[in-house]
Ligand binder design. Sequence first.
Ligand code: ADP
Length: 253
Amino acid sequence: MALQITDLVKRYPTGTEALRGVSLDIAEGEFFGLLGPNGAGKSTLIHCTTGLAQPTSGSIRVFGHDAIHDYEQARLAVGLAPQDLNLDWFLTVEESLDYHGGYFGMPRRERRERAKELLEVFSLTEKRDDRTRTLSGGMKRRLILARALMHRPRLLILDEPTAGVDVELRLELWHYVQRINAEGTTILLTTHYLEEAEQLCDRIAFINHGDIVAQGTSADLAAEYGVSSLEDAYLELVGRKELSRAHVGADAA
Ligand code: ADP
């Protein structure tokens, strides 16, 4: 298993139970989608997996390595492309990759070779000496992806990689991530675009209020909700539920 999450609970100091016993298995080589409305617990799950948040209980294994108590190996196996463009605006493109590699303990020579290779793959070679702040939006997105891949993670986590990007750039990013997956990297994607999940993902899980409520292929999910598309299944999950809650509220008033 690339990622094995068992009975994961995360309660924030505020008392919010963001994850209420989540279990999720992602096989090696899979392209897996995590879908759910705002506040469902997606970021919390990613933060627990990447060591940015401490779970309250449960276990997380990344390629068999305990990501909570023995996180060194687990951390090396995961690359995160965060939602926000958190680049250091004073570094050059090449430095951004090099520093990241250094942070993950890669020797200098290996860093240089790997950076060269990624700059080539992501069409950033000509920009390698430019400061990151001068890049176009699309180049910044590509650099975020390249940086996440720098230390050769076996599991790549993409947190809403296409939020707010135009159609052309979205298609371009899809092309890159499909290629990365085809080359063997396991991918966990969160997105609000159902079409994106449908196109890219082998399997999808719906998360809502800190629970995984359904998972399978997009056809499985449609069948589970008795509808004909992933979009309708998702609407069953969020839309109709909210409508019915409003209805109950109106009755009670
Ligand atoms: P999503 O990524 O699906 O939008 P989050 O994981 O960000 O969901 O949030 C899940 C729940 O946890 C929400 O109710 C949110 O308000 C709460 N939450 C997230 N981060 C924190 C935090 N640092 N402290 C307290 N509550 C938080």
